[in-house]
Write a new protein. Structure first.
Length: 171
């Protein structure tokens, strides 16, 4: 059963983290973006992972792939869903029909540098649906725990320092 396998794996990781806490900080794998054509970008990662993004026609893209903003929202949605499923497995709770929807409110003036508008989303909303739960209070606790422990959601909510390094020939 998937829930048992997941719960067992989480237990092993928790034990390892407890035993080796000082060794658990690490640098995440790189995402390397390359312009393919126009505003179409291919991003390569470890073990052959890749995604492609493009911008909508309105800003000069071809609309041939999801935008980076949609990828961000999909990252939040999939991460929250994953963390809820992990917690539910640990707790032995079935959350049938689990669905996480993420949207955001944006103002394109920010990405175009017009005025003092932030470039990123102005707000984000996470809506979680589950069907046929036998204990709604417990389901709500698990869902709230999953959202609170989602690393992608945390990165969106918390100010994460971003360092820019520019490498040019002759520098």
């Amino acid at each position: 059963m998937d829930q048992e396998r997941i719960a067992s794996a989480i237990t092993r990781v928790r034990e390892t983290l407890a035993e080796h806490a000082a060794e658990m900080r690490y640098r995440d794998s790189e995402a390397i973006a390359t312009i393919e054509a126009g505003l179409r970008v291919k991003v390569n990662g470890p073990h052959g992972a890749s995604i492609v993004t493009d911008m909508p026609n309105g800003v000069g893209g071809e609309g041939s792939a999801p935008s980076p903003g949609w990828i961000l929202r999909s990252a939040v949605a999939s991460c929250v869903a994953t963390l809820i499923a992990m917690r539910a497995a640990e707790e032995g709770v079935d959350l049938p029909g689990l669905e996480v929807m993420v949207d955001s409110e944006s103002d394109d003036r920010g990405l175009l540098g017009i005025g003092a508008v932030p470039a990123g989303p102005l707000s984000m909303r996470v809506i979680v649906r589950a069907q046929g739960t036998s204990d709604d209070a417990r389901a709500r606790e698990i869902i709230a725990w999953g959202k609170a422990h989602c690393p992608v959601c945390d990165a969106v909510e918390r100010a994460v320092p971003v360092q820019l390094t520019i490498e040019l020939p002759g520098s």
